[in-house]
Design a protein around this ligand. Structure first.
Ligand code: BGC
Length: 740
C-alpha cells in the first residue's frame, strides 16, 4: 500500500486570503446613516422612488437593478445571485454549495469562501450578492433548496451565516441573508402559509438571522410564502416587529423576485426595495412601487417618512461596505452569455474551492480500512456521475438536469462552471502516476456496471440525488424531491456491482440525505463516501481523500435516517403547513422520539482516531430574561459571554487528521419541553499523530436561553444544564453539567 501523505495544515493561500482582507467594513452603521441622511436632503422624490424600485426583469445587466439618481453619485444598484458564486457570469469560481461549506464545520474556510465569493462579485461590479441562505433551514429532508444553506441545525447555520457575511462584506459586497422567513419547501412556495408557533420561530428559524444581523448583514430578502396567513413581504410583525425591532436590523429588506403583493401594505410593514420591479399583475410589468408608490405617498396612504427610511437604509448599507469608494462598474450581462470583461477568478480561489470540497467529504463507512485506496492494480469506475455531462457541464439552464456528475443543485443559486473536474478525470490523473488500470462504465446500467466491476480489484460506484428550485422540474421532481432514494435507480446499480463480489466503494453526490438501507445490506459494500455537491473541483477533492493525501474530516450537517418517515416532516401539497413538529426537527426529532438514525447529525469517520478527555465547564450566568437594550443583533446581553467549556482532544491514530469536537447542551427541567441535546459549540482541530489539542467552546447567554412566549424574551432557566462533548450528536465522549 502506498504510504499516506497526510497534510494537516490548511494550504497557505487560505491564510493569505484571510490576512489580505480588505480593511473591510470601515465605518459604523451610525456613520453610514449620517452619510445617507446628507444624501436624502438632496434627492428628489422621483429619485427616492427609483432607489427603492427595480427596473424590471431583464431591464439591466443583473438579475436585479434599481434606477440611478442624478443628484448624488449613487449607481443603479446591481443585485445578483447567489450563495455559491456569481450566477450567469463567466468565468467565475463555482464553490462547493452552502451545505458542503457547513459539512466542513470549519469557520475559517467558511469565512474564506465568503471573502473569495465577495471579491469575485465586487470584481464584476455586483453591489448586493444574493446570499447566504438560512431558509429553507431544512426541516423537510427532501425540500428542494436545503443545499443552498449550511445546515438544518440553527446553531451551525448561524455560525456559518456570520462567517460568510463578514467574509463577503469585508471584500466590499453587500451580503443578503435569505429567505426571510419559513420558505421551507418549493411546492406551492408562492401560496403556502407557514404557521409555526412563536417559540419555534425564535429557537429554530429566526436563530441564524440573529447571527446574520449581528454580523451587520447589509440586506435581507423576504420570502415568497405567507406566515400565519400574511405574505412575508408585507408582514408587520415579521419585518417591523422581529427583524427591525427585536433584532435591531439597520439594513434594507428587499423582496424575493415578485414576492411583493401590494403597494401600501408592503411599504408600511417594512419592505424597503422591490425586486425585480415587475409583478404578476396584468399587464405583466405593471408595478406596485415606482409611480404607484409615489401616488400612495401623495395621497397619504404611505408616510413620506417611510420612503425616507427605505432610502436611508439602502444608502447606508452601500456606505457601510465602502461601495462609495470606487466600486467597479458592472462587467457582465446576465442575458448575454454572461461573458465578463474582467477575469475575477484566481488560482487561490480554485485551491480554496478544492480545499472546502475536500474538507466537506464525510466518510460514512470504511470496513477493514478499505480506504484510502493506496495503489490498486485496477479500479472500476462506474456510474454516470463519474463523468461530466457529455453535452457540457453547463448544458442545462441553471443546472436543471441531472446528467453527468452532480456538483451543484439546480435553480437561481447556481452558476456557470468555468470547468468541472469530474471524478473520473481526477482518478485518471492519479492512475497515470500509479499505473493503476481503470475500467469504466459511465452509464447507470446495472449489467454494464457489473461487467466493469468483475474486471477490477475494487469498484467505485457513483450515485446521486438532486433537487433545486421549483421553477424547474427535473426527472419528475418539482424542486423538492419525491423521495429520499438515489436517482437513476442507484440502488440497483450498487446491488449489481456488489453482487460480483468485488469490494465496492459507494460515492454519493447528493443535495441532502438519501436512504442507504438497500446499499448497506450488500455485504460487499465496504465503504461509503459522502461528497455532497462539491462545485468545480469535485474530482480533485475526492481523489485527495480516496487515495489518502488527506484524511476525511467532514461531519454530517443533517441526519441520515433509515427511512423518510423517520424524519417526521415532509413537504405538503396543502396551502398551509402548521409546523406541528415544532422544535423537533432532524436530530432533535430523532433524539426526542428515540428513533435510531442510520448516521446521526455530526457523524463522520477519519483515517485516524481521536480521544477526548478532561471536560471542564466554567459557566456563570444569572437566570432570567435578557435585560439589555436592543442593538444590532438583538438585546445587548444576548451575545454576552457566559463562560467556556473546555476539553482535550488527542490524535491517537497513525496519521494526521482533523476532528470536529462538538458541544451539545441539555436544558434543565425548569425550561419548557426542549430537545434533549442542542448543538451549542464546535471546533475543528488539526492534529498530528500523538498530538493533543485543547478545544474551548465559548458560550453566550443565547446558547443557554429558551424563548419565553409569555415574557417575549430569551430566558436563562434556573437549574442544572447537561453538557455533552463528543464526535457527533450521539457519539458522546464526555459528559458534565453546570448549574445557574
Ligand atoms: C429566488 C431567490 C433569487 C431570486 C433572483 C428567486 O426565484 O427565490 O433566491 O435570489 O429568484 O434570482
Amino acid at each position: 500500500m502506498r504510504p499516506l501523505r497526510l497534510h494537516s495544515a490548511a494550504p497557505i493561500s487560505i491564510s493569505v486570503l484571510l490576512a489580505s482582507l480588505a480593511a473591510g467594513q470601515v465605518i459604523t452603521w451610525d456613520e453610514a446613516y449620517a452619510r445617507a441622511a446628507s444624501d436624502l436632503a438632496v434627492l428628489s422624490q422621483d429619485e427616492k422612488v427609483g432607489i427603492v424600485t427595480g427596473v424590471t426583469w431583464e431591464g439591466g445587466p443583473c438579475v436585479g437593478n434599481t434606477y440611478e439618481p442624478t443628484s448624488i453619485p449613487y449607481p443603479s444598484l446591481c443585485l445578483q445571485d447567489g450563495p455559491l458564486s456569481v450566477r450567469f457570469a463567466n468565468p467565475v469560481t463555482v464553490f462547493p454549495a452552502g451545505i458542503n461549506a457547513g459539512a466542513t464545520w470549519d469557520r475559517e474556510l467558511i469565512r474564506a469562501r465568503g471573502v473569495a465569493m465577495g471579491a469575485e462579485s465586487v470584481g464584476l461590479g455586483v453591489h448586493v450578492q444574493l446570499g447566504p441562505v438560512a431558509g429553507a433551514l431544512g426541516k423537510i429532508p427532501s425540500a428542494g433548496r436545503n443545499w443552498e444553506g449550511f445546515s438544518n441545525d440553527p446553531y451551525l447555520a448561524g455560525v456559518a451565516m456570520a462567517e460568510a457575511i463578514e467574509g463577503m462584506q469585508s471584500s466590499g459586497v453587500q451580503a443578503c441573508a435569505k429567505h426571510y422567513l419559513l420558505n421551507e419547501q418549493e411546492v406551492n412556495r408562492n401560496t403556502i402559509s407557514s404557521d409555526p408557533d412563536d417559540r419555534t420561530i425564535h429557537e429554530l428559524y429566526l436563530w441564524p438571522f440573529y447571527d446574520a444581523v449581528h454580523a451587520n448583514v447589509a440586506s435581507v430578502m423576504c420570502s415568497y410564502n405567507k406566515i400565519n396567513g400574511t405574505w412575508a413581504c408585507e408582514h408587520d410583525a415579521l419585518l417591523n416587529g422581529l427583524l427591525k425591532g427585536e433584532l435591531g436590523f439597520k439594513g434594507h429588506v428587499l423582496s424575493d423576485w415578485n414576492a411583493q403583493h401590494s403597494t401600501v401594505q408592503s411599504a408600511n410593514t417594512g419592505l424597503d426595495m422591490t425586486m425585480p420591479g415587475s409583478d404578476f399583475n396584468t399587464p405583466r410589468g405593471s408595478i406596485f412601487w415606482g409611480e404607484n408608490l409615489a401616488l400612495a405617498i401623495a395621497n397619504g396612504s404611505v408616510p413620506q417618512a417611510r420612503l425616507d427610511d427605505m432610502v436611508t437604509r439602502i444608502l447606508a448599507a452601500w456606505y457601510l461596505v465602502g461601495q462609495d469608494q470606487g466600486h467597479p462598474e458592472v462587467a457582465f450581462s446576465s442575458w448575454d452569455s454572461g461573458a465578463a470583461s474582467v477575469d475575477v477568478t484566481t488560482p487561490e480561489h480554485a485551491e480554496l474551492a478544492r480545499t472546502i470540497a475536500r474538507d466537506s467529504i464525510v466518510l460514512l463507512k470504511n470496513s477493514n480500512a478499505s480506504l484510502p485506496l493506496g495503489t490498486p492494480g485496477s479500479l472500476a469506475v462506474i456510474g454516470s456521475d463519474a463523468i461530466v455531462n457529455p453535452a457540457g457541464a453547463n448544458a442545462c439552464t441553471d443546472r436543471g438536469c441531472n446528467t453527468g456528475t452532480l456538483a451543484q443543485g439546480w435553480g437561481s443559486g447556481t452558476a456557470e462552471y468555468p470547468y468541472l473536474i469530474a471524478p473520473l478525470d481526477a482518478i485518471q490523473e492519479i492512475a497515470a502516476t500509479t499505473g493503476t488500470t481503470i475500467v469504466t462504465s459511465t452509464t447507470d446500467d446495472p449489467a454494464a456496471g457489473a461487467a466493469a466491476a468483475a474486471a477490477a480489484e475494487t469498484a467505485l460506484v457513483f450515485i446521486t440525488a438532486d433537487s433545486g428550485e421549483g421553477y424547474i422540474t427535473v426527472e419528475g421532481h418539482p424542486g423538492d424531491r419525491n423521495n429520499l432514494d438515489p436517482w437513476h435507480n442507484g440502488n440497483a446499480l450498487v446491488q449489481a456491482v456488489a453482487a460480483t463480489n468485488t469490494p465496492t466503494i459507494v460515492v454519493v453526490h447528493s443535495v441532502g440525505p438519501i436512504t442507504l438501507e438497500t446499499i448497506l445490506a450488500q455485504p460487499n459494500v465496504v465503504a461509503i463516501v459522502w461528497a455532497g455537491i462539491p462545485g468545480q473541483e469535485s474530482g480533485h477533492a475526492l481523489t485527495d481523500i480516496l487515495f489518502g493525501a488527506y484524511a476525511p474530516s467532514g461531519k454530517l450537517p443533517y441526519t441520515i435516517g433509515k427511512s423518510e418517515a423517520d424524519y417526521g416532516a415532509d413537504w405538503t401539497e396543502s396551502q398551509t403547513d402548521p409546523f406541528t413538529e415544532g422544535l423537533f426537527i432532524d436530530y432533535r426529532h430523532f433524539d426526542y422520539y428515540a428513533i435510531e438514525p442510520r448516521y446521526e447529525f455530526g457523524f463522520g469517520l477519519s483515517y485516524t482516531t481521536f480521544n477526548y478527555s478532561a471536560l471542564a465547564p466554567a459557566i456563570s450566568a444569572t437566570p432570567g430574561p435578557t435585560t439589555g437594550e436592543t442593538v444590532v443583533g438583538g438585546p445587548a446581553d444576548l451575545f454576552a459571554a457566559v463562560g467556556t467549556v473546555t476539553a482535550y482532544v488527542s490524535n491517537t491514530g497513525a496519521v494526521s487528521g482533523a476532528e470536529v469536537a462538538q458541544l451539545y447542551i441539555g436544558f434543565p427541567d425548569s425550561a419548557p419541553p426542549t430537545p434533549p441535546k442542542q448543538l451549542r459549540g464546535f471546533e475543528k482541530l488539526s492534529l498530528e499523530p500523538g498530538q493533543t489539542g485543547t478545544v474551548t467552546f465559548q458560550l453566550t447567554r443565547r446558547d443557554i436561553s429558551y424563548w419565553d412566549v409569555g415574557v417575549q424574551k430569551w430566558v436563562v432557566p434556573a437549574g442544572t444544564f447537561e453538557v455533552f462533548v463528543g464526535a457527533s450528536s450521539r457519539d458522546v465522549r464526555l459528559t458534565g453539567s453546570f448549574t445557574v
